[in-house]
Design a binder for this molecule. Structure first.
Ligand SMILES: Nc1ncnc2c1ncn2[C@@H]1O[C@H](COP(=O)(O)OP(=O)(O)O)[C@@H](O)[C@H]1O
Ligand SMILES: [Mg+2]
Length: 336
């Protein structure tokens, strides 16, 4: 295994963003004219690549501004293997590297997000299962990632496998996660983003995630049948919107596992952009071995191989996602 970052992210805080010779801040400053749009003054492919590399190797050197309001994003697509979990953990890591504080809620009994974030999720660990049951608070269930002081995870244990059925007979069964993640429950944590990783189904766990969030992010794999099932997903989102959560909307679509060598990938990307328009991030995640290797080491790709294309693309996607908030916050006049 190569590519482990010798750089410790654990000690970087928001306050350390001032230029200093040993953090490379001076270099980053040259590029940092517009951290919102990510557009570099050296607006060439090489300039942009250098900026991203500098960002990953010197986390905290260019920081995104704190959000006016915490954003809760559910990552959903009932198809398995489209990159939900990979996107949840890597986007979270990308946002944390750029100075924001992020909580990932693992709502898939397989616990893949917990594994990738390197947090304990053995049976008996306080997890999203006890959170849904109301037995533990979000603060008690969250664990800090060993790789970043701004990255947290509420893990999923195998207990969650039974929750889909247990929830059926519970009071307010669709709103339990929303209650567990209320402003009051998260008070004092200073979270900018809560990202919820859903299981590959449209059952009660996913409904809970959609009721707890305002935004849905749909990862779409650049493969055959990419849009298969998306119609059903959109209908479910509309149902939740109509009956349980009027503010819910598909804010973001991310193209994953893009293989530039195939015509098919371009055709899928085109079709998805036609269908979802502005919601589709310009950043596209390439198919990359490093991305798939990272979880095996309990890491996100940004920690496992910070210079890789996969890491760079998630960093870009994170920046784009954060910038969108500034636009929509400005448009709606949102106050902190
Ligand atoms: N960009 C990528 N390049 C290569 N492999 C990827 C990429 N994104 C995801 N994978 C791999 O594809 C598989 C499915 O991804 P995952 O995020 O677990 O999907 P989901 O959560 O939607 O089921 C995993 O083995 C993951 O490592
Ligand atoms: Mg998953």
């Amino acid at each position: 295994m190569s590519g482990h970052s010798p750089v410790s992210r654990g000690t970087v805080s928001r306050e350390t963003s001032a230029p200093s010779p040993d953090t490379g801040g001076a270099i980053a400053d040259d590029f940092a004219a517009d951290p919102y749009s990510g557009i570099s003054p050296l607006d060439t492919p090489i300039g942009a690549a250098a900026q991203r590399a500098s960002q990953v190797l010197h986390p905290g050197s260019v920081t995104l501004p704190k959000l006016a309001e915490r954003r809760v994003i559910t990552i959903a697509n009932q198809k398995g293997g489209v990159g939900k979990t990979t996107t949840a953990v890597n986007l979270a890591s990308a946002l944390a590297i750029q100075g924001l504080t992020v909580l990932v809620v693992d709502l898939d009994p397989q616990g893949n997000a917990s594994t990738a974030m390197g947090v304990d999720h053995r049976a008996g660990t306080a997890s999203s299962y006890e959170l849904l049951l109301g037995e533990v608070s979000a603060k008690d269930a969250m664990q800090r990632s060993p790789h970043s002081e701004r990255l947290f995870c509420i893990p999923a244990t195998i207990d969650l496998a039974g929750a889909e059925i247990e929830l059926v007979s519970m009071v307010a069964r669709e709103g339990r996660l929303k209650t567990a993640l209320s402003d009051q429950a998260l008070d004092g944590l200073d979270l900018d983003f809560v990202i919820i990783d859903c299981p590959p189904s449209l059952g009660l766990l996913t409904v809970n995630a959609m009721v707890a969030a305002r935004e849905v992010l749909i990862p779409i794999q650049c493969e055959y049948y990419a849009l298969e099932g998306v119609g059903q997903l959109l209908r479910n989102i509309e149902l939740v919107q109509a009956h349980l959560n009027p503010g819910l909307h598909v804010s973001t679509v991310l193209l994953t596992m893009y293989d530039g060598r195939t015509k098919l990938a371009d055709q899928v990307a085109e079709e998805v952009r036609r269908h979802f328009g502005e919601a589709v991030l310009r950043s596209v995640i390439p198919r990359s071995v490093k991305v798939s290797e990272a979880p095996g080491y309990g890491m996100t790709v940004l920690d496992y191989d910070p210079g890789s294309r996969g890491a760079m693309s998630y960093l870009d996607a994170g920046r784009e996602l954060a910038a969108r908030n500034l636009k929509s916050a400005a448009a709606t006049g949102a106050q902190r």
